[in-house]
Design a protein around this ligand. Structure first.
Ligand code: AMP
Ligand code: MG
Length: 326
């Protein structure tokens, strides 16, 4: 992996220059930045290791798909395919606290980890002028969940971010207090009808005034999920066997360190580095699923991953992939 980019960020710098923030982001570092909703913990979404570092800094025990932030609708729609409703909503509410989930373009360089392996991507154009300038200068999709340690409340000032993540990230771009203080509204436009996945800064009434009545539940037949987690989780088609020290004859192998010769395998990290493994996880599952099926293999055997640090989120995702399908 690239030299200790996030291993020891040292003291977190409180900065006011959007250009400085953009430079840290372009270098693969983590930068918290204020938007009109809450402070986000940003990383270059195309850099899987930088995205893995978000999870490490937050201590988040699971990989959820992250919202990608852009300076303009045009920049966002270069990564996803907008339908007519998305165009209408973007014209009405962007820049602003509305996130749209849309089918991702095959050409998008956003890492599989940022999208948690899903065929969709959540995109947003924030209204805050400082965030806007930073995003325009970075010229990259910036993946950002809220800038707090997992389980803590969302930060609405630079001081909140420093209290929660100080010493764990490169910089905080001080953008003043957040005006909305609520998370963005998340609307899934990737299915046959729009689905409100998370209420937030743009009200349901405001959305319905533009696009008509909204459903909060998935369409009949779609997988049921816990509230706030309506997006189905990515899982490979082949069954997954956990804590396998070696693959069976009819299995492909998801390796973490020692790997047998001869098997079809994807190495998460030869040096057993958890950031590298997290960065590779979804790419690995997609790759193994495709290639194992081509070879007529029956399953994916996954090597044990230590249950520490990012290993918790990796194990959470592997356990979901191995769970019986309903
Ligand atoms: P947070 O990272 O806390 O701002 O939360 C982001 C929200 O967006 C979560 O509720 C995610 O489930 C949702 N989200 C992000 N990407 C997707 C996606 N591709 N499909 C469905 N929901 C998504
Ligand atoms: Mg949060």
């Amino acid at each position: 992996m690239t030299a200790s980019r996030t291993d020891n960020p040292g003291p977190t710098r409180l900065i006011t220059s959007p250009d400085g923030a953009a430079q840290w982001l372009r270098a693969g570092q983590l930068v918290a930045f204020g938007t009109e909703t809450v402070y986000g913990l940003g990383a270059d979404a195309t850099n899987a290791q930088a995205v893995a570092a978000i999870y490490e800094a937050k201590g988040r025990p699971s990989f959820n798909p992250l919202i990608c932030h852009f300076a303009s609708a045009e920049a966002a729609f270069a990564h996803v395919r907008p339908n007519a409703m998305a165009q209408t909503l973007a014209a009405a509410f962007w820049p602003g606290p509305l996130t749209l989930v849309l089918p991702r373009r095959a050409s998008s360089p956003v890492s599989q980890l940022a999208g948690a392996g899903l065929p969709t991507l959540a995109v947003r154009v924030p209204a805050h002028p400082v965030a806007h300038e930073m995003l325009a200068l970075a010229g990259l999709p910036i993946a950002a969940p809220s800038a707090n340690r997992s389980g803590h409340i969302s930060p609405t000032s630079a001081a909140h971010v420093l209290a929660s993540l100080g010493g764990r990230i490169a910089a905080v771009l001080d953008s003043g207090p957040c005006a909305v203080g609520l998370e963005s509204t998340v609307l899934d436009l990737s299915g046959p009808a729009p689905v409100l996945l998370r209420p937030g800064g743009v009200t349901r009434e405001a959305l319905e005034a533009v696009i008509g009545p909204l459903s909060t539940t998935a369409a009949p037949g779609a997988a049921l999920a816990a509230p706030g987690m309506l997006a189905s989780h990515y899982a490979p088609n082949l069954p997954v066997r956990l804590n396998a020290t070696a693959p069976g004859l009819d299995e492909a192998f998801l390796a973490f360190g020692p790997a047998p010769a001869g098997a079809l395998l994807f190495q998460l990290s030869a040096t057993q580095n958890l950031i590298e493994a997290a960065a590779n996880l979804f790419k690995a599952l997609h790759w193994l699923d495709e290639h194992a099926a081509h070879r007529g293999l029956a399953a994916i055997a996954a090597a044990p991953i230590p249950a520490v640090g990012l290993g918790l989120a990796i194990n959470d995702r592997l356990a979901r992939a191995a769970a019986p399908r309903g």
